[in-house]
Design a binder for this molecule. Structure first.
Ligand SMILES: CC(C)(COP(=O)(O)OP(=O)(O)OC[C@H]1O[C@@H](n2cnc3c(N)ncnc32)[C@H](O)[C@@H]1OP(=O)(O)O)[C@@H](O)C(=O)NCCC(=O)NCCS
Length: 194
């Protein structure tokens, strides 16, 4: 489904970042799928080096970032891309089910980390998800505002765990998921919205 951009900074507003470029946050489109797959490969290699082998990353990415899976996400979820001076810098994919926002993916390119993009993508995705009419998300049958954001983070991904803690998430349990034969120990994280 195609959504109109909101007037509060999405889809066109530009503002200076902490370095020298300009940040643009916009909605992802079908023709961004190759770009997203390329970013995912680079960010995964950097983030999971040391504990998910390259071969395992390739296997999981082929599954979780297949064009089909991304098309579905771009169509059904809040899926935003960040660009810095025209260069692809990160993305967020957030779905909604009733009063729960599901943060599926939040990834910032290594050379653009720690300049506020992760925070901005998260805040804009939540703001947009709150404004969307309830019928916009398949499976969302309530008029109530979302009350909580939930996600999982790789147990060994301490960088992301620190980021999420700073953003106001709390860690509430753990699990292990097996994707394409690769065991991923995960921590559940939750942020309550007020
Ligand atoms: C985790 C990630 C999304 C954070 O994005 P980012 O753009 O680097 O983070 P920001 O610059 O917006 O930082 C926001 C806040 O978190 C804090 N933070 C970010 N990374 C941190 C780190 N490695 N250690 C401690 N604090 C950190 C920042 O200090 C900042 O706080 P402040 O605003 O009070 O200064 C990014 O590092 C990333 O994409 N990592 C690789 C992929 C990944 O792990 N994704 C999550 C998968 S579940």
């Amino acid at each position: 489904m195609k959504r109109e951009t909101s007037p509060d900074g999405l889809g066109g507003a530009r503002q200076p970042d902490g370095l020298s470029g300009e940040i643009l946050v916009r909605q992802a489109a079908m023709n961004d799928i190759g770009l997203i797959q390329n970013m995912a490969r680079i960010i995964w290699a950097d983030t999971y080096a040391g504990y998910i082998s390259q071969e395992e990353q390739t296997r999981v990415l082929a599954h979780s970032y297949s064009s089909e899976s991304l098309m579905k996400s771009v169509n059904e979820n809040v899926f935003l891309l960040a660009e810095v001076s025209g260069e692809a810098a990160g993305y967020i994919d957030m779905g909604r089910q009733d009063e729960v926002l599901h943060l599926h993916r939040l990834y910032v390119m290594p050379n653009f980390q720690r300049i506020g993009l992760g925070r901005r993508l998260l805040e804009e995705a939540i703001a947009l998800a709150k404004k969307l009419s309830t019928g916009s998300f398949p499976g969302n049958d309530t008029n109530a505002s979302p009350k909580v954001v939930v996600a999982t983070v790789e147990e060994g991904n301490l960088k992301a765990r620190r980021f999420y803690k700073k953003m106001g998430f709390t860690e509430e349990g753990s699990t292990t998921m097996t994707v394409q034969g690769v065991e991923l120990p995960l921590v559940f994280i939750v942020m309550r919205l007020f």
